[in-house]
Design a protein around this ligand. Structure first.
Ligand code: SAH
Length: 188
């Protein structure tokens, strides 16, 4: 596929993720925070992911400055990227839907927070992060560039490794045995 086609496909997927998230962001605006785990580490990780999954891909889409680091991929790999992106968006939508008012962009417990263990949360403990992993793979397959393409995997990989333990610890403190049992019957 041509670079332009790939950039257009990436842009469509990127904008779709905003459309999916906007209603949840609106809904959550009035949903008060009961416990906040927004540490300096968490803020740095969010900035890192913003650079890797928003800034660098967009720099590649709108300007030629990163073109020196391009690689080429066969068409089947691009097609795999489209399929992976579609799957990522579906899982992103579905996990927002299942999490409902309990969703937060960072580590927080909301007032009246409930533990969700149904829908896509039944067997996967972190389906939203699973959708971001799929997105990162799609980013590498749709933006054939060593910097813009791989920045997603690198930045989210670091965030995932450093956040996941803290998030599960926060959930254990909030829900105790209920979360412990959920951990036993689900997988990360
Ligand atoms: N890690 C989850 C959720 C990401 S959103 C996923 O990948 O799908 C992050 C927020 O979701 C956290 O701050 C936490 O408050 C909340 N959360 C995580 N798992 C949850 C669950 N099973 N039920 C309810 N809230 C959850």
């Amino acid at each position: 596929m041509s670079t332009l086609t790939l950039k257009v496909l990436f842009t469509i997927g990127f904008l779709s993720s905003f459309v999916i998230r906007i209603p949840h962001q609106r809904e959550n605006r009035n949903n008060k925070i009961a416990r906040d785990r927004k540490t300096t580490q968490e803020m740095i990780l969010l900035l890192l992911v913003f650079i890797g999954m928003v800034m660098l891909p967009w720099l590649y889409v709108v300007s030629p400055v990163l073109n020196f680091a391009d690689y080429s991929l066969p068409i089947w790999a691009n097609c795999l990227g489209v399929i992976t992106f579609a799957l990522a968006l579906w899982l992103f939508w579905r996990s927002h839907y299942d999490l409902g008012k309990n969703w937060s962009p960072t580590l927080e417990i909301r007032e009246n927070h409930t533990l969700i263990s149904k829908g896509v949360y039944q067997t996967i403990r972190h389906p939203m992060y699973a959708s971001v992993w799929l997105w990162c793979v799609a980013q590498a397959l749709l933006l054939p560039n060593w910097i813009a393409g791989l920045a997603g995997i690198a930045s989210f990989g670091i965030m995932y490794l450093l956040r996941i333990g803290n998030e599960e610890q926060m959930m254990l403190e909030q829900f105790g045995d209920e979360y412990k049992m959920y951990m036993q019957r689900s997988r990360r």
